[in-house]
Design a protein around this ligand. Structure first.
Ligand code: SAM
Length: 208
């Protein structure tokens, strides 16, 4: 279902996303990227995040961009100059790519956030302590019910199931440390962030 939705939307997608672009800037700022780092752009769509990510990553930085929809990926490919971006065309839950990244961005990727196997595959490709930022639609509080008409319309158009729309970030929250959720747009959009836990130091064996 998600695949069919985006096959049809690819041509107009960049125009449709224009009102949401300030959120992309905010999400990317929260990644706290350093020059030369590697970042995963999960469900990269048409590659709208490539330029603002590379602005922060500098000439030595790298992006690994994962996207299942061929039409969206074709648009992303048009945005790639040089070897700073590696494109992986596959469902995130099945995708393979080499190396471990310093950060991951999930910008408006509800279907991926609700799929534990997809999240686990992404997190396996992150270094301990890597920063993760996710954004997207969520149900606003009940008092803001007119806003929820907007959420209903936008979500019906862009996600394959409304399940989990109360807390789209919950699977991520269960996997990350220092998890914070910042609601915005009267609670109808979230910007969430956290850090991949560092495995506990192995206990040093004491001599008897
Ligand atoms: C709303 S768009 C967001 C695109 C991009 N992140 C952006 O910021 O503009 C959601 C994207 O996720 C992709 N997607 C959905 N489920 C996916 C999955 N399981 N694996 C890979 N891509 C997926 C869709 O094809 C679509 O391009």
């Amino acid at each position: 279902m998600a695949l069919e939705q985006y096959r049809a939307r690819a041509r107009l997608y960049d125009h449709e996303l224009l009102p949401f672009e300030p959120l992309r800037r905010e999400a990317i700022a929260r990644l706290r990227l350093q020059a030369g780092e590697v970042v995963l752009d999960v469900g990269c769509g048409t590659g709208l995040s490539f330029a603002p990510l590379l602005e922060r990553l500098g000439p030595q930085g790298r992006i690994v961009a994962i996207e299942q929809c061929p039409e969206m990926m074709a648009r992303a490919r048009e945005r790639v100059l040089g070897d700073a971006v590696t494109l992986v065309q596959a469902p995130v839950e099945e995708a393979h790519w080499p190396g471990q990244a310093d950060a991951a961005l999930f910008h408006f990727t509800h279907d991926i956030l609700r799929r534990p196997t997809a999240l686990d595959n992404v997190l396996r490709h992150l270094k301990p302590g890597a920063r993760v930022v996710a954004t997207g639609l969520q149900w606003a509080p009940p008092w803001a019910w007119p806003v929820n008409l907007f959420v209903l319309g936008a979500a019906t158009y862009s996600v394959s199931s409304l399940d989990g729309l109360a807390q789209p970030w919950s699977e991520l929250a269960a996997r990350l440390q220092g998890f914070e959720v910042h609601p915005t747009w009267m609670g109808s959009v979230f910007v969430a962030s956290g850090v991949l836990p560092t495995p506990a130091e192995p206990q040093r064996r004491l001599r008897p």
